[in-house]
Design a protein around this ligand. Structure first.
Ligand SMILES: NC(=O)c1ccc[n+]([C@@H]2O[C@H](COP(=O)([O-])OP(=O)(O)OC[C@H]3O[C@@H](n4cnc5c(N)ncnc54)[C@H](O)[C@@H]3O)[C@@H](O)[C@H]2O)c1
Length: 420
């Protein structure tokens, strides 16, 4: 503990008691991680290893770091977003022996300094969220890639970056595509993002949603959840897409589909969740209704083009915590939440604990899988084995007290035969 306190760079260690309360609260709602923590204490799968974790540092991720530590690892953490770190949780982690390089509202320079410090820790395994650890290792610290046995990636954007690296033949160690497991995207991206985005918007704006028009930009796994919950809150929902199949899906789910240049005439709220850049940009701001509120739930703050917005503004001011008002030349006022960063994490507490229990059970078990099978997997983006995905689903059913049927022998035979 003394060394973690001495080596860490954090806001204030005195915040630890408050952070510990937050950790205790989520631990009481993450039964899968409780079970895995007990397994890891006995098995010690990470004994002798150093693990660097780059995630949104709040209580649920904090608990994941402690579970990896319980498995025998020395752990260092850094933030995966300038605005999602909770200083009290980080202080509690440091007090529990984890080395941390993170504080809320870092500058770009501090953000990269923290990631580099977490890599100076010389990890043998990593957990990444959005691909920054992997990107810096491969571009700026290539000699260090030899030391990495393997790692796990948390989110869609990170997987896209990893696959680009793999396709160029440059990926140097195995990375588990945790985001692509069923028990991740079906629940975390859809229900987690769906609920926590509206929690973030509602607590930040304190405005009514019912009767208003919400534009959901991107109908992927996150977008489906955001649109579903907007409908539940009583909004009229418009979806914009670039994929014809997703567009039909949105239409058949009961939503109005149109291009963004049309949607901007109608929206009161905008949620971008594409993983793409500039999905609200340029002339969109010229047509937007007075009072429109924009926010982003995709990984990076590039979905709403802030430069284009600022270039059209005669003034910008923070009118409420996490709400910037941009006054246009014609007097219209447009609002951007949390500086265009993930609204559910930068202006909220992230996904509900029970949802992250599934995701982080997968993370913990996938990390164990990759360190134990690194050689046979090789340097590639590896799907989470379906047995592991199903094991996590069964564990969740058990904690919910739900039972399901089993295939009979006859049914199993039937499903694996081709003859009549
Ligand atoms: N906020 C969170 O807590 C959270 C959680 C999980 C994932 N994410 C992030 O959210 C983003 C989306 O993740 P996902 O799992 O839904 O991805 P996804 O690939 O399932 O969906 C993205 C969708 O956006 C669409 N799209 C792309 N460009 C577009 C454009 N210009 N206009 C309209 N639609 C466009 C794509 O066709 C696709 O349907 C990623 O950056 C991911 O990392 C955030």
């Amino acid at each position: 503990m003394t060394s973690s306190i001495n080596n860490s760079l954090i806001r204030d260690i005195n915040l630890a008691p408050q952070g510990k309360l937050k950790l205790d609260w989520v631990k009481a709602h993450m039964p899968l991680l409780n079970t895995i923590e007990e397994q890891f204490k006995k098995e010690q799968p990470f004994k002798g290893l150093k693990v660097t974790i780059c995630l949104h540092l709040e209580a649920k991720t904090g608990y994941l770091a402690q579970v990896i530590q319980a498995g025998g690892a020395e752990v260092a953490v850094c933030g995966s977003n300038p605005l999602s770190t909770q200083d009290d949780v980080v202080a509690a982690l440091v007090e529990s022996g984890i080395t941390a390089y993170a504080w809320y509202n870092v500058t770009d320079e501090e953000y990269h300094m923290h990631i580099n410090k977490a890599l100076d820790f010389r990890p043998n395994a990593i957990i990444d969220d959005g691909g920054d650890l992997v990107s810096i290792l491969h571009s700026q610290r290539p000699e260090q890639t030899k030391e990495i046995i393997g790692g796990c990636e948390e989110t869609t954007t990170g997987i896209i970056r990893l696959k680009a690296l793999e396709n160029e033949g440059k990926l140097q160690f195995p990375m588990m595509a945790v985001n692509d497991a069923y028990c991740k995207y079906l629940f975390d991206n859809r229900y987690g993002t769906g609920q926590s985005v509206w929690d973030g918007i509602n607590r930040t704006t304190n405005l009514v949603v019912a009767g208003k028009t919400v534009v959901v930009v991107g109908y992927g796994w996150c977008g489906k959840g955001v649109a579903m919950r907007a409908k539940g809150l009583g909004a009229q929902v418009i979806v914009t897409e670039i994929d014809p199949i997703k567009a039909i899906e949105a239409y058949m789910d009961g939503f109005t589909v149109m291009p963004m240049i049309e949607a901007v005439k109608h929206g009161d709220f905008y949620v971008t969740v594409t993983g793409n850049r500039d999905v609200i940009a340029d002339e969109h701001f010229d047509v937007m209704k007075d009072g429109a509120i924009m926010c982003n739930a995709g990984h990076f703050d590039i979905e709403v083009n802030k430069n284009d917005l600022a270039a059209r503004a005669v003034s910008v001011r923070e009118v409420r915590k996490n709400i910037d008002e941009y006054e246009m030349k014609d007097g219209r006022k447009l609002y951007l939440l949390a500086g265009g960063r993930l609204v559910n994490l930068a202006a909220g507490d992230g996904h509900p604990a029970e949802v992250m229990d599934l995701t982080f059970a997968l993370q913990a078990l996938s990390l164990k899988h990759v360190v134990q099978n690194s050689k046979s997997i090789g340097p590639k983006v590896q799907p989470v084995p379906s047995e592991l995905d199903r094991y996590v689903a069964y564990l969740r059913l058990e904690t919910l007290g739900l039972k399901i049927d089993k295939l009979t022998q006859k049914q199993e035979q039937y499903l694996s035969s081709w003859a009549e």
